[in-house]
Design a protein around this ligand. Sequence first.
Ligand SMILES: Cc1cc2nc3c(=O)[nH]c(=O)nc-3n(C[C@H](O)[C@H](O)[C@H](O)COP(=O)(O)OP(=O)(O)OC[C@H]3O[C@@H](n4cnc5c(N)ncnc54)[C@H](O)[C@@H]3O)c2cc1C
Length: 416
Amino acid sequence: MPMNVQAIPSLSDRVNQIRMMTAKIVNNEILPNENQLWATRRDGQVDDEERSQARTLRHEIQAKVKQAGLWAPHLPEEYGGCGLSFLEHAYMNEILAYSMGAASLFGVVAPNSGNQKILLKYGTEEQKKKWLVPLTEGKLESGFSMTEPDSAGSDPRSIKTTATRDGNDWVINGHKWFTSNAKRADFLIVMCRTDDPEGSAERNGKMTQIIVPTDTPGLNIVRGVEVWGRTSDHAEIIYDNVRVPVENQLGPTGSGHQAAQDRLGAGRVYHCMNSVGQMTRAFDLMVERSMSREVHGGLLETKQFIQGFIAESYIDIQAARLMTIHCAEKMDSGIDARTDISAIKIFVPEAYHRVVDRAIQVWGAAGVSGDLPLAAMYQSARTLRLADGPDEVHKILIAKNILKQYHSGDSWDFGN
Ligand SMILES: Cc1cc2nc3c(=O)[nH]c(=O)nc-3n(C[C@H](O)[C@H](O)[C@H](O)COP(=O)(O)OP(=O)(O)OC[C@H]3O[C@@H](n4cnc5c(N)ncnc54)[C@H](O)[C@@H]3O)c2cc1C
């Protein structure tokens, strides 16, 4: 079933046009070809012919995306993107995400997209030319290397990987894991504790992000960590006296923690809009199935358990979508939205999890099969609850912000 996208009266003509053009490509080019496009991701044998057909098809769709002026919505035109504003991009994402993997055909692929944003904000002109432009053109691949097995990822300031100044070089030593895309990457942005006597003494000011080409001696990829029972490219890496020139440092020494926050802040809104798009797909699949599957003398749609699933899922999607849009609008108008960002980071993946769970139940065994996108969505929804900052950390932040306000004598204004 194609995604039903109509113009939204309260949005500008431009945003509606972006949404309609995106829906046209998703509905006409991607949905009918989902199995073929991602054939290489399926377990089992995929022959060379299938692989090459999938590649050709992906390139054809990417060419149509570029022609429609929708390539790399997260980047300005001068760096190869289509220069959408924050809200335009957020509204586009819920449509893109209707088909899992479609974003990559629009030039948005994590972790490259997050790295592109960091390079854009913190990179020198030289770094942008060397790393950002080829990354956007698809000539390079990248990864973001922050999480470590021996320190808590939910408190990034606790990382142990060090970068020590030696003349005009940084020398990096440490142990990371879950560095996504590392095996394919040409360079990694590595979060380090910088040991610089002239640097800041403050806890946040000890972190610096450094660009490390993956062929630098001493960078050893140990393995791809198995995730959800499958081999993956979320790599474990040892950095053993990895030496890179100081020019590879991103932004001033000590700006790494802020850069990581910048990467995640807007990213969380995009991720939530992605989840809303995927919930819509799961919802469509669930309703469609309930209208055609006959059990115990009647269609599923006539059973009240199933009607309950439909109603509860409708409520989850509406609530998740409106919370995310409210947060995005606040951010766009420059209002402090940190409490809202944490709230959507918790609520939306949970709602996504519930909607997909019900859709799987309605489909029975087919729901967990590789014939439908539901199983992959389920794993993705679960993973989102611990990535981008685990839920508990965000709950602490919400409570802290609220209590601070009440301690200062004000109650919470939910209207703003
Ligand atoms: C598929 C996947 C891809 C990833 N890709 C990347 C990547 O590309 N680059 C990268 O650097 N990282 C990546 N990560 C890592 C991810 O960002 C971290 O797993 C996440 O930040 C959590 O860190 P941790 O695993 O060290 O958990 P920990 O910090 O050890 O936390 C474990 C649990 O402790 C609980 N907890 C934490 N703090 C509190 C508290 N204050 N109170 C109560 N409970 C608490 C939470 O339930 C949390 O889930 C990826 C992870 C996955 C699963």
